[in-house]
Write a protein that binds this ligand. Structure first.
Ligand code: SAH
Length: 464
């Protein structure tokens, strides 16, 4: 960003413009919308400029500007069609410490005039730093067509109401009030009953939002499931429908995020395996900060928030701050992954228990009861297990696990790009490397996809 956008107050300011042709006229048409005291220097001014001078809208000097003319000037435009003259004006202005725009000369200009959408007091400035004036014009046309024509008067009426709206608490209640007014409500009231309609709408909205502001904030810890939006619970859907703020992890898919209330503030606090992340303290602080404004906060975690989700730290933070919360359970990755391979997490005669393990924890690769896990028939669902595959393999073999123990890795369970890798303890690290998985993956120790598992006895039979 070479050019920093600012809005300069021209009330009581002096603006100097040199030039009397078409480029000068273009700038003057804009400048005349401001309260600036404008002085035009032109030896041969266009008739419009003479007209404006006669009407007292600007002062006209029929000569080139001199150094003394720049005293007390806020902005200057070198709008001469002759480049040498423009350069002379620009040099005088610069010497006097005045910001000078040289028309059609980006490099020589201390500031540039953006494309402007004017719904005063709402003004939208679009700049491309000279890179794409056509794009700026296209954007301007697009924005022009989208903004209601009444935006100007609505903003003026709104501005006069600001002091009354300050009765609402800071933050979300006040923001919501204004976004309702500048949303459909204000425009509709103005269209139907003009200025008094808009004023009445403001009064009604204020009363309604004062009631709402009395409502305390709340945090819902919602499990978003493994990625398929159809695997969201109805409670999760409802929580997303009514959320003011959604604070979500990286693993929550865009299709699910799209289901959140359109006006909800979406905050990504994604944690990336070993990569960059928002600190847990920051996440806790965000929950409290938003809940304290009265917001209905949805803390959206992938799968089930009670599984490897650092949920307790966030609950503790809510409790410490006196913020109310509840948990909406979700479908954990292990449930989706085991469904993908047509197996059961537990099976009579095979395994009467199943363990949910994490491949790594804060200290690095996580330690477990390897001797127990190495026993035949054990089933474990390993979360965050890709990087730890070689470590897990080494520990299990060291504790006497069978090298032929089936291991299955399910990547992107329940999503369109789901992949199943059927492996064994002996070949797991090599198989994972060649599969080059980039999505979230769940590793099952002791489970093979049903079809492969059923083929095994047949294979044995053949070998026998
Ligand atoms: N709370 C989540 C787990 C968060 S830990 C849950 O209950 O599922 C993140 C790990 O979950 C990932 O590293 C991966 O092992 C697993 N995971 C999450 N979504 C997954 C998916 N769609 N497919 C496979 N594994 C997934």
């Amino acid at each position: 960003m070479n050019h920093f956008p600012i809005f300069v107050s021209l009330a009581g300011a002096r603006v100097l413009l040199s030039g009397g042709g078409e480029p000068a006229l273009a700038k003057l048409r804009l400048l005349l919308k401001t309260p600036a005291a404008i002085t035009v220097f032109a030896t041969d001014p266009a008739p419009e400029i003479e007209g404006w001078a006669e009407a007292g809208n600007l002062a006209l000097r029929r000569r080139a500007p001199e150094a003394a003319d720049f005293t007390g000037v806020t902005l200057a435009y070198a709008a001469e069609e002759d480049a040498a003259q423009a350069a002379r004006t620009a040099a005088l202005g610069r010497a006097a410490g005045v910001l000078v725009n040289v028309v059609d000369n980006l490099d020589a200009s201390a500031f540039i005039t953006p494309a402007i959408v004017d719904r005063a007091p709402v003004t939208i400035a679009i700049g491309t730093e000279g890179a794409a004036p056509v794009l700026a014009r296209a954007l301007k046309a697009d924005i022009e067509s989208r903004l209601p024509a009444a935006l100007g008067p609505l903003a003026r009426i709104g501005k006069a109401f600001r002091a009354l709206a300050d009765a609402l608490p800071h933050g979300r209640p006040r923001r919501d009030f204004w976004s309702d007014y500048y949303g459909p409500e204000g425009a509709r009231a103005f269209a139907e009953r003009g200025e008094s309609g808009a004023q009445a709408a403001l009064q009604d909205l204020l009363a309604r939002h004062m009631d709402q502001a009395a409502r305390p904030g709340h945090v819902a810890f919602v499990g978003a499931g493994p990625g398929d939006p159809d695997l969201l619970t109805l409670k999760a859907r409802r929580a997303l429908d009514t959320a003011d703020v959604v604070i979500h992890d990286r693993l929550v898919t865009p299709t699910i995020l799209d289901l959140a209330r359109r006006e909800a503030l979406m905050i990504n606090v994604g944690k990336e395996g070993f990569g960059p992340s928002t600190s847990q303290d920051r996440i806790n602080a965000l929950l409290i900060e938003h809940a304290r404004t009265g917001a209905q906060v949805v803390r959206l975690k992938s799968g089930d928030s009670t599984v490897f989700g650092r949920l307790d730290e966030e609950i503790d933070a809510c409790d410490a701050a006196g913020v109310a919360w509840h948990i909406v359970p979700g479908i954990t990755a292990a449930s989706a992954a085991v469904a993908a391979i047509g197996q059961s997490l537990t099976r009579r005669g095979r395994n009467a228990s199943v363990r949910f393990l994490t491949g790594h924890d804060v200290a690095g690769f996580a330690d477990h009861d390897w001797a127990a896990l190495a026993r035949p028939g054990e089933v474990a669902a390993i979360y965050m297990g890709k990087k730890a595959a070689r470590f897990v393999q080494g520990r299990l073999l060291m504790h006497g696990a069978d090298r032929a123990t089936p291991v299955t890795v399910i990547e992107n369970a329940s999503r369109p790009d789901q992949r199943v890798l059927s492996s064994t303890l002996a070949t797991l690290p090599a198989d994972l490397t060649s599969a080059a998985m980039t999505g979230p993956a769940l590793t099952f120790l002791g489970l093979a996809p049903r079809a492969a598992a059923q083929a095994l006895p047949a294979l044995h039979k053949e070998l026998a």
